[in-house]
Write a protein that binds this ligand. Structure first.
Ligand SMILES: NC(=O)c1ccc[n+]([C@@H]2O[C@H](COP(=O)([O-])OP(=O)(O)OC[C@H]3O[C@@H](n4cnc5c(N)ncnc54)[C@H](OP(=O)(O)O)[C@@H]3O)[C@@H](O)[C@H]2O)c1
Length: 262
């Protein structure tokens, strides 16, 4: 499996938003497949700790870069750090999700959602895809969310930003197919991460998955279509909300679910 994965896509993996939670699970899953890694997030200490563990456990080279992807300078630094790497799999996992009625969220926080969750992934694919196209191999993964499949009250801007990621990845999936470059949106339901634990007031959402499961199912879905929804229950929920119910009911169901978020 190891040789196959790096041969198919390329020698290096990039995880943007790698210091904990799902990003750390992606980093571990890629290292297990033999990819060298560039790990990016704001906090240097957890990145360095993860890098040391992955070097020791899997014998891969791991570089870390502590930058804020909300800032254009942070995005530029990440892109510059990839220039000499043969990037095989690049995953944009970082996100910002302030919770509350839109009119109660400071305008700067709403702008930050757009910066991290929209400008970031767009700059990411625009900058990284050309080298993959030139090499005629590689994979770009954008982390998205079931919240982005319909309006989601109390996380309206976050949900809209995730919709952007899904639709962007789907369109790019088709555009880059002929160049043998895979693009995938992973539309996850609830995931056991520090971010989720910090935002959830109730114990656990139905269909919640471990981060390692979401990472594995996402990587397994590369090359199989433009979008994956990890977890059977989440796929059923997406079908019911997106195809079966009238739109206004789907939004109302999301409202009762996001009421649990603090
Ligand atoms: N958790 C869920 O239930 C759930 C459900 C559906 C979809 N998702 C999606 O899955 C992804 C991961 O979720 P998660 O719960 O693991 O998120 P998280 O706990 O918020 O972690 C996100 C990662 O991104 C980094 N990050 C955040 N803002 C950044 C910034 N401005 N610049 C650089 N790095 C930044 C964080 O590290 P630093 O703090 O060190 O920067 C962290 O490593 C997100 O895209 C999220 O939208 C999550």
């Amino acid at each position: 499996m190891t040789a196959t994965f790096s041969t198919r896509f390329g020698a290096w993996g990039l995880v943007a938003g790698a210091s904990e939670g799902l990003g750390a699970a992606f980093a571990t899953a890629l290292a297990r497949r033999g990819l060298h890694l560039l790990l990016v997030a704001r906090r240097e200490a957890p990145l360095a700790e993860l890098a040391a563990r992955l070097r020791a456990e899997f014998g891969v080279e791991v570089r870390v870069l502590a930058v804020d992807l909300a800032e254009p300078e942070g995005l530029d630094a990440m892109i510059r750090a990839t220039v000499m790497l043969e990037l095989g799999v690049a995953i944009y996992n970082a996100a910002y999700a302030p919770v509350g009625p839109l009119l109660g969220v400071p305008a700067d926080d709403l702008q930050r959602v757009v910066d991290v969750n929209v400008r970031g992934p767009l700059a990411f694919v625009r900058a990284l895809a050309p080298a993959m196209v030139a090499r005629r191999r590689g994979a770009l993964v954008l982390m998205s969310s079931l919240a982005g499949l319909q309006g989601s009250p109390r996380v309206a801007t976050y949900a809209a930003s995730k919709s952007f990621c899904t639709i962007l990845a789907e369109g790019l999936w088709h555009e880059l197919r002929a160049a043998n470059v895979d693009v995938l949106a992973s539309c996850a339901g609830a995931i056991r991460t520090p971010g989720y634990a910090g935002a959830s007031r109730r114990r656990e959402a139905p269909g919640i998955l471990d981060a390692a499961v979401v990472a594995e199912q996402t990587l397994a879905a590369i090359g199989r279509g433009p979008r994956v929804i990890p977890g059977l229950l989440n796929r059923v929920a997406a079908w019911v909300l997106g195809r079966l119910l009238p739109r206004r009911w789907a939004v109302a169901i999301m409202a009762s679910s996001t009421r649990e978020l603090a």
